[in-house]
Design a protein around this ligand. Structure first.
Ligand SMILES: [Zn+2]
Length: 326
C-alpha cells in the first residue's frame, strides 16, 4: 500500500483510482491504520522460549521529513534497527526462556522535523511444556548441596556472563555472513531439554551440546571480539565472543583455549579444543548464546542465514503478525 501511495505522487492521474482503493482497504483492515503509519512485524509469530525474533519495520518514505533514527526495545533489551532499503528496517531480539503470555516489541521513529512515531507488535508465546527429563549420571560432587563460597562463585560468574551480553549492545554488528555451528559433529542435547541430575530435575539446558573427543577443534561461529577467557565452576574453561549488535556466543568445557581477551577472531577460526572441564559427564562442546542479557538458542542465529537484514520482500515468506502504530 505504501508503494501505491508513492506512485500517486509521481503520476496522480493514472493512479488515483488505485490510491482510493488502497485507502479503502486500509480502513477495512483496521480503522486506525492509514497509509501514513509505520508498521512493525515479527517472525516467527509464535516464538519458542529462547528464540531469536526477526523484526521488520516499514516507515512511509517522506522526502520532506526523513527518518533520522530508529530505536526500539523487546523484553527489556534494546533493538538495533539496520536500514536495508528505502523505508525498511530490520532488527533481531530475544525471547527470555521464562517469558509467558505475550511480549511487545516497539520501535520509536525520529524524523528530521522532530516528529516521533511509535510502532508496536505484540506476539503470543506458546504454552511452555514441562521439560523432558534426561537422566544424567554425574559425579556426586555436583549433586551435593553447594557450599556458600561455591554458590557465590557461580552467581559471580553468571553475572559476568550477563554483563558481557549487555556490553555487546555497545558494539555495532561485526558480522555480515551467516553464523556457523562451532562443530560439524552430531548434536547430543538440544536447547531447552530438561536435566535430571541423579533423579532430581534441575534446570533447562540453555545451550546446544555437540559430540567431540578431547582435543578436537572448536570454531568461532562468526566474526567477533574475544570478551572472556576464564575457568568457571560449571562451564569449565570458557570463551565468550562479542559479535556486536547485542549478540554473544559462548563455548564451554574446553580442554584448551587458543585465543586471548581482546583478539578479533574470524568466522570459522579455531579458538579452542573440546574438553571435559566443569560440570560434565564426558567430553563435549556446550555452545551457548545471548542477545543482551537474554539467553537464546544459538541454532536460531544459524537459522538467520546471511544477510538477514535484507528487504523482507526478497526473503521467503513466513507467518508473521502485525500491528498498527499508535
Ligand atoms: Zn550442554
Amino acid at each position: 500500500m505504501y508503494h501505491t501511495l508513492a506512485s500517486v505522487t509521481l503520476n496522480r492521474n493514472t493512479h488515483l483510482k488505485s490510491f482510493a482503493t488502497s485507502i479503502a482497504l486500509s480502513c477495512l483492515v483496521s480503522g486506525a491504520l492509514t497509509a501514513q503509519t509505520a508498521r512493525l512485524t515479527a517472525a516467527p509469530a509464535r516464538p519458542e522460549p529462547g528464540a531469536i525474533v526477526r523484526l521488520t519495520l516499514s516507515t512511509p518514505v517522506s522526502h520532506a521529513d526523513s527518518v533520522v533514527s530508529v530505536r526500539g526495545a523487546l523484553a527489556g533489551e534494546p533493538l538495533h534497527f539496520l536500514h536495508s532499503t528505502a523505508g525498511a528496517w530490520h532488527a533481531i531480539g530475544g525471547v527470555p526462556v521464562d517469558a509467558e503470555g505475550s511480549l511487545v516489541a516497539n520501535a520509536v521513529i525520529q524524523r528530521a522535523s522532530g516528529k516521533t512515531e511509535i510502532a508496536r507488535v505484540r506476539f503470543a508465546l506458546p504454552k511452555v511444556p514441562p521439560p523432558v527429563s534426561q537422566p544424567l549420571a554425574v559425579d556426586s560432587s555436583f549433586t551435593k548441596p553447594l557450599d556458600a563460597a561455591t554458590t557465590a562463585r557461580i552467581d559471580r560468574e553468571n553475572a559476568r556472563a550477563r554483563e558481557i551480553g549487555r556490553l555487546a549492545h555497545d558494539r555495532p554488528p561485526m558480522w555480515s555472513a551467516s553464523f556457523l555451528k562451532p562443530r560439524t559433529s552430531v548434536i547430543t542435547s538440544e536447547f531447552g531439554s530438561g536435566r535430571l541430575f541423579n533423579g532430581a530435575l534441575t534446570t533447562r539446558h540453555l545451550g546446544v551440546d555437540f559430540r567431540g573427543a578431547v582435543g578436537e577443534p572448536v570454531r568461532a561461529a562468526n566474526r567477533g571480539v574475544v570478551a572472556l577467557v576464564d575457568s568457571f565452576f560449571l562451564a569449565g574453561n570458557v570463551i565468550y565472543l562479542d559479535h556486536g549488535g547485542g549478540v554473544v556466543t559462548a563455548y564451554f568445557h574446553l580442554s584448551k583455549t587458543l585465543v586471548a581477551i581482546g583478539d578479533t577472531v574470524k568466522r570459522g577460526q579455531e579458538i579452542g579444543l573440546v574438553g571435559n572441564t566443569g560440570r560434565v559427564t564426558g567430553p563435549h562442546l556446550h555452545w551457548a548464546a545471548r542477545y543482551g542479557a537474554i539467553t537464546v538458542n544459538p541454532l536460531d542465529l544459524v537459522a538467520l542465514g546471511g544477510r538477514w537484514y535484507v528487504s523482507s520482500s526478497s526473503r521467503p515468506s513466513e507467518p508473521s503478525r502485525t500491528s498498527a502504530a499508535r
